[in-house]
Write a protein that binds this ligand. Structure first.
Ligand SMILES: *Cc1c(COP(=O)(O)O)cnc(C)c1O
Length: 395
């Protein structure tokens, strides 16, 4: 084990099962390890580096802004923050944006807005947020409570009260909960990412959206992972023909720097007032300047490329030896392999390809613009890893 890996194991809190790779540099979809090895990156820092590592346009936008003024606090106005909010609204039809620094914070804001809206409209007993089983919404206590996977909850009781989880596909369960305790918000991922890259059935998403609209319940779509081009549309809800009242997003929006955004639609745009919510770093000008450079390049041509790359991966992997099932949408793909996913990923690393896992699946989240020749090479390595036997000594 290298010095750095040993140092990290000693001093960094032991919350991550890291792969045995130390990365020192990267450009686009090619990353370089401390030992000089090159890797083709199919993970993008978990759907963050949408245009790959150290993308030139993003880098210039960020460094230019760093040289002007990198941080101001939210006591003052800055151009990148205002312009990014305008762009997000123009592209989605939403009306206002709250900026934080992570997906969990974007979801915290969404939950607070839904609760305040519903408490004011329907009374203080209306606070229950309904989310889906197998969902993932973050790791703060409220977003952990929203997350519909028991194993994340076990040692953190008591959780934040007022969260109920229904099974994907069971739209009637929402009405049943609402009949007992009035529902303040419904929160869904259109494709459950951490849950194994599982898209919702369109009819189910539609049924939830219809119920929410008819009963004046804010519909929150968590686009932290699915958003910003990842699904082949700008936001995944656009593939489902539903119209959320609140959209939370993060990961890919920042292009490599921390950002979270909570987009507020017509219904809830005026719910938050001064003092209701805040974040010291939220809307940071350098981060927002980078995000503008990302968002402005997620156009129809890029999205078409995402869908074509997606089709290529589905075609290559569906029915391939050692592959049981391929799921997902756009460049957010889960691969159920015969071998344990972790072993397949370890084999890929041995052969110079970085991919991720989600539950029992191998998860692919390549850069939206990954060059086809790199993608072809990497998919070949993955296909071989699905059938080959593991060498010794890997993780
Ligand atoms: C990653 C993720 C989050 C949490 O984002 P952080 O930036 O890690 O706080 C929330 N929701 C979904 C769907 C995610 O994929």
């Amino acid at each position: 084990m290298s010095n750095i890996q040993a140092l990290d194991k000693t001093y960094v809190a032991n919350t991550y099962a890291r792969f045995p790779v130390e990365l020192v540099s990267g450009k686009g979809s090619l990353l370089t390890g401390a030992d000089g090895r090159q890797y083709i990156d199919l993970g993008s820092g978990i759907a963050v580096n949408g245009f790959g590592a150290a993308d030139d346009v993003w880098l210039k936008a960020v460094t230019d802004q760093l040289g002007k003024i990198p941080h101001t606090s939210n006591l003052y106005y800055t151009e990148p923050c205002a312009k990014l909010a305008e762009m997000l609204c123009a592209r989605t039809g939403m009306k206002k944006v709250f900026f934080g620094n992570s997906g969990a914070e974007a979801n915290e804001c969404a939950i607070k807005v839904a609760r305040k809206y519903s408490a004011e409209k329907k009374g203080p007993g209306c606070y229950t947020i309904v989310t889906l089983k197998n969902s993932f919404h973050g790791r703060t206590l409220a977003t952990l409570s929203a997350t519909g996977q028991d194993h994340y909850h076990e040692l953190y009781q008591p959780l934040v009260p007022g969260f109920e989880h229904i099974a994907p596909g069971d739209a009637e369960a929402l009405a049943a909960i609402d009949a007992k305790t009035p529902v303040a918000g419904v929160m869904i991922e259109c494709v459950q990412g951490e849950g194994g890259v599982v898209p919702l059935e369109a009819g189910f998403a539609q049924a939830l959206a219809d119920y929410a609209r008819e009963h004046d319940i804010p519909l929150i779509v968590d686009e932290v992972q699915t958003g910003n081009g990842r699904s082949g549309a700008l936001y995944a809800y656009m593939n489902f023909g539903i119209k959320p009242d609140i959209v939370s997003t993060a990961k890919g929006l920042g292009g490599g720097l921390p950002i979270g955004a909570c987009l507020l639609g017509e219904k809830v745009k005026d719910v938050l007032g001064p003092g209701d919510h805040g974040s010291t770093f939220g809307g940071n000008p350098a981060v927002c300047a980078g995000a503008i450079s990302i968002l402005s390049r997620i156009d129809e041509a890029l999205l078409k490329g995402v869908r074509e790359r997606s089709q290529y991966i589905f075609d290559q992997l569906t029915g391939a030896p050692g592959v049981e099932r391929v799921s997902g949408m756009g460049l957010m793909i889960g691969v159920k392999t015969v071998k344990p996913a972790r072993e397949v990923v370890a084999k890929c690393i041995e052969n110079g390809v970085l991919c991720l896992t989600a539950k029992d699946r191998v998860r692919l989240l390549p850069a939206l613009n990954i060059p086809m020749d790199l993608l072809e090479k990497a998919v070949q390595v993955l296909k071989e890893a699905c059938v080959s036997h593991l060498g010794t000594g890997s993780c």
